[in-house]
Design a protein around this ligand. Sequence first.
Ligand code: SP5
Ligand code: ZN
Length: 348
Amino acid sequence: MPARPRTPVFFNELQLEFKPRYEWAFGEKITHPETTARAESILAAVGQAHEDFDIRVPAPIPASALRGLHSMQLLNLYAAAEQLPGDKDFHPTVFPKLKRGEGDPTNIHQAGAYCFDSGTPLNAQTLSAATWSAACARAAATTLRKGTKLAYALSRPPGHHAQRDLFGGYCYFNNAGIAAKTLRRSGRVVVLDIDFHHGNGTQDLFLRDDKVLTISLHGDPREYFPFFCGYASEVGEGRGRGHNINLVLESEIDGAHYLAAFEAHALPAIELFEPDYLVLAAGLDTYERDPIGNFKLTTEDFFRLGERIGAIGLPVAAIQEGGYYAAHLGRNAVALLRGLRAGLGLAD
Ligand code: SP5
Ligand code: ZN
């Protein structure tokens, strides 16, 4: 009997050199939740479970792949940020509400033209870390195109809030979008976003696309970030109409009710769409102890959810998104991935 296949985990240590120091949240300066401890927790947990996981450095992502999804201005801005002093986090404070589109992205003081919140700093390490994070997602997708049934991108910084020419929500490049765009070349793709927050970036990137179905389950945007979108009325535009689904879940939902909502509303839509691949925007900030999200999922719930998603039978590229209770993030990621392996029949 051949050994059961190990699941590739893509990560580059250079992603740890980016250390956002704080965010301005509701007028308060707070320690930044998107710490390196998050990725370190996941690395330690998958390292311990080495019978199931194989940690690999991804191939570098070509600039053309980033340009396919994001504007030249956004890329130029991140390059300009590489010139910031090593101890400096730049938070945009001035936003071009009166005038748009003529910003100079090499002038860091105009970064507000490309940013939609005050939680997502730029510094000299942002571009490198975000580029490797995107490379992880692309490598996971490429692996699927070669026939692997499950691959995991330890993408950090996360990506699902990043739009074509906007960063925010701790996100710079849309990693799940990179994976979807890569897989789209060989079939129909569903992006299933289970992060606590609405995946506004991914929604926006594929809003007019009828070959990519985007589904996001999240906390009510009337109360939770990103506030301005994530409503059920956003259903896609043009030929993409009907190919975006926002499932707003009730506050403090537990695992059983979450799974019930998933089965009732997400699963039938996925089956109807008949996709060839599934990109899982795997945020774990739905965890009961998460300091930002307010859902009540347990580690066991992440296993069950993974199992249910795996049982759909589609090849899965799981892309790490949020999850801020760093001490348990690794075990939760492993639970989700082991669930996916079980559902896909890779576990025994
Ligand atoms: C990828 C992702 O999950 N991004 C989330 C961005 C949410 N940013 C706003 C969070 C407001 C922070 N409130 C902190 C409360 C700490 N007790
Ligand atoms: Zn989130």
